[in-house]
Design a protein. Structure first.
Length: 630
């Protein structure tokens, strides 16, 4: 009997499971280990805890081919209809190239009319117009993308017709690959951009003002916003409108490549749950996507500039639909229909008001300017993960402050055009450089990040919303420890305290923290007395609170923190850690008249801290040139 018939391998991201038998003896099962089918059945362990045998074969094939041949080829087959699906499937090529580099050739078989979608894609080496043609090229490994989603056994992502994972993560998970940045790539050439600008001018559009593209028709009726034409006419009273899937006679006015150029050059695109939002998202361009039959937050999570529009289910079902439209069973026989079997849009899509769509469009125009600062000292592997996890609807720039890394960190940043400052300095000095640049160059916010964190896809945008709603000055999410989870995730609904004001810090709080201009104006710089590290953040929080500012923690946004990446991987730093910690605890006590760990509760009491430090007003702000103090 084949091994996978008697044993199944637990997934890496499933926590340790403990079950008790009839004699109350514990049986523990650990992630990334094998469990017998007998035990799975005996303890009724959910199958989503385990990797499907087909997935194991594919995972093993990648490693086997790479080890045996050095250079190998992979054929990815995706012959079904769906232009957005082709773009999502191309993420597999991106993941393979990220892991194996030039040692792997990735070929894709797709419908011939979709081949322009992969033009100039650096991750796809060759495109075939049929499965037969691809197989004739004799790839070392081949698989059909549709099998990953539809033919493997049911997982949590399709339990009871619900969906909790995007297709890109489903595909990669099933074959043992991973990416922090799963955004597919669509490449627009300079020639296509130039053509698009000329076409818009030729049609009478003013390029100095926002132009909004509209896709009229979705891939099927159940996904098409039925009032889209009417909405376009309504919106044209205020904005310039171009219909991207307009027909001239029986043919579309623009080809796929021409549409790509236009989407790249306009302000935003309004689309149903269909192709155009994928196209915009792959280019990092703005789009507003209208959803009704599935959860738009999941489907757009890979596209940082795409905003989903949804309204509550008119029938008050708590779970959003995926491919089963329960609401339409009220019509006719009472059966539950699949989304492509119906000839009308569900009520939740039909009832989206024009004003809500316009509100989302305005929100895309009302963006903030954010400086995202990443401190690095070697450990490029971690840094890549951190950079790949950055997502925001807002306009942002990345600044890397490097402590003279000896690995390939600086060269990597240069290759990608990321602004980098290389200087041997302590954490306080590096943070001060960030604050001065962020403030003096007019950024609305500065996000300070360690290089060993991974952010959830909505982390930055939600932190901005909290600052602007609560009128606080600093916000941080919840840290997720790497020992328990392999990826950042949302906390479940039902958290008792969604947001709380922070009185004393938890370890790692300043590892992914958003500061407003207001925070900089009342505290200025970090105190370099605490260089090279430790207690810098505690000192800053106390000064912030003494000045009347608030640091708020949200429990609904998280960041995965490897924690102590430098100390864990560099012996010299491990050796110095205890000495530097003790030194700065002593300095903190001398500065603020308190044992910060022996009397933590008093540290959170601002009135008592003011009493112990009569000169506290002089300690709050450490100004710098150009700072306008409040």
């Amino acid at each position: 009997m084949e091994e996978e018939l008697v044993r199944r391998k637990m997934r890496k991201d499933v926590p340790m499971q403990c079950y008790y038998d009839e004699f109350m003896r514990p049986h523990r099962f650990y992630p990334d280990t094998y469990v017998t089918v007998e035990d799975i059945n005996r303890f009724r362990m959910p199958m989503e805890y385990f990797i499907h045998p087909d997935s194991l074969r594919i995972m093993g094939a990648f490693e086997f081919a790479h080890k045996q041949k050095g250079k190998f080829s992979v054929g990815v087959i995706r012959m079904m209809y769906g232009r957005g699906d082709v773009l999502m499937a191309s993420t597999i090529a991106k993941a393979l190239k990220r892991k194996y580099g030039g040692d792997v050739k990735v070929w894709m078989a797709i419908r011939s009319e979709y081949s322009p979608l992969l033009d100039h894609n650096p991750y796809v080496d060759k495109v075939f117009s049929s499965e037969k043609a691809l197989m004739a090229a004799k790839p070392d490994i081949h698989f059909n993308v549709d099998d990953l989603e539809f033919k493997f056994e049911k997982k949590t992502f399709e339990a009871e017709g619900k969906i909790i994972q995007n297709r890109t993560s489903i595909y990669l998970e099933q074959i043992g690959l991973a990416l922090e940045n799963r955004t597919p790539l669509y490449v627009v050439t300079e020639g296509e951009k130039k053509w698009a600008r000329k076409e818009l001018e030729k049609r009478g559009f003013d390029l100095s003002k926002p132009i909004i593209g509209i896709e009229l028709v979705g891939s099927n009726i159940s996904r098409t916003y039925p009032r889209m034409k009417e909405f376009g006419e309504w919106l044209s009273r205020k904005y310039q409108i171009i219909y991207l899937d307009e027909k001239v006679g029986a043919k579309y006015r623009y080809s796929i490549r021409e549409v790509g150029g236009l989407v790249h050059e306009i302000a935003t695109t309004v689309t149903s749950n269909t192709f155009m939002y994928h196209l915009a998202g792959c280019m990092g361009k703005k789009a507003v996507a209208l959803f009704g039959s599935c959860d738009g937050n999941i489907w757009t999570e890979d596209y940082e500039k795409v905003v989903p529009v949804q309204i509550p289910c008119p029938f008050k079902w708590p779970d959003r639909c995926w491919w089963q439209l329960k609401c339409l069973k009220h019509i006719g026989s009472g059966e539950v229909f699949r989304e492509k079997e119906v000839n009308r849009a569900p009520d939740c899509l039909s009832k989206i008001p024009f004003e809500l769509i316009e509100e989302k469009i305005k929100g895309q125009f009302n963006v903030r300017k954010i400086l995202i600062v990443v401190l690095t000292w070697n450990l490029l592997k971690y840094t890549k993960q951190m950079l790949d996890s950055i997502r925001s609807l807002h306009n942002y720039d990345i600044l890397v402050i490097d402590n003279e890394s000896t690995d390939n960190t600086v060269a990597y940043m240069k290759e990608r055009g990321i602004r980098t400052i290389v200087k041997k300095q302590g954490v306080a000095d590096a943070w001060n450089t960030a604050m001065q640049i962020g403030y003096n160059e007019g950024y609305d916010y500065v996000l300070l990040c360690n290089n060993d964190v991974v952010l959830t896809s909505t982390y930055i945008d939600e932190l901005v919303k909290i600052i602007e709603r609560r009128k606080c000055v600093v916000v941080v999410g919840m840290e997720i420890n790497k020992d328990r989870y392999s990826t950042p995730h949302k906390f479940p609904e039902g958290v008792k305290e969604v947001e709380s004001v922070v009185g004393t810090l938890l370890a790692g709080d300043y590892s992914a923290t958003l500061f407003s201009r207001g925070a900089i104006e009342i505290t200025g710089l970090f105190d370099v007395m605490f260089n090279p590290r430790y207690q810098i953040d505690d000192d800053h929080l106390l000064r912030l609170r003494l000045a009347g500012g608030e640091l708020v923690r949200t429990h609904m946004e998280t960041f995965l923190h490897v924690g102590g990446g430098v100390c864990h991987n560099m012996k010299e730093e491990r050796d110095n850690m205890d000495r530097e910690w003790a030194k700065n605890v002593t300095l903190f006590k001398k500065k603020w008249k308190i044992d910060m760990y022996g009397d933590r509760a008093t540290l959170a009491n601002i009135s008592e801290m003011q009493r112990r430090n009569p000169d506290w007003k002089k300690k709050v702000c450490i100004p710098f040139e150009g700072l306008k103090k409040r």
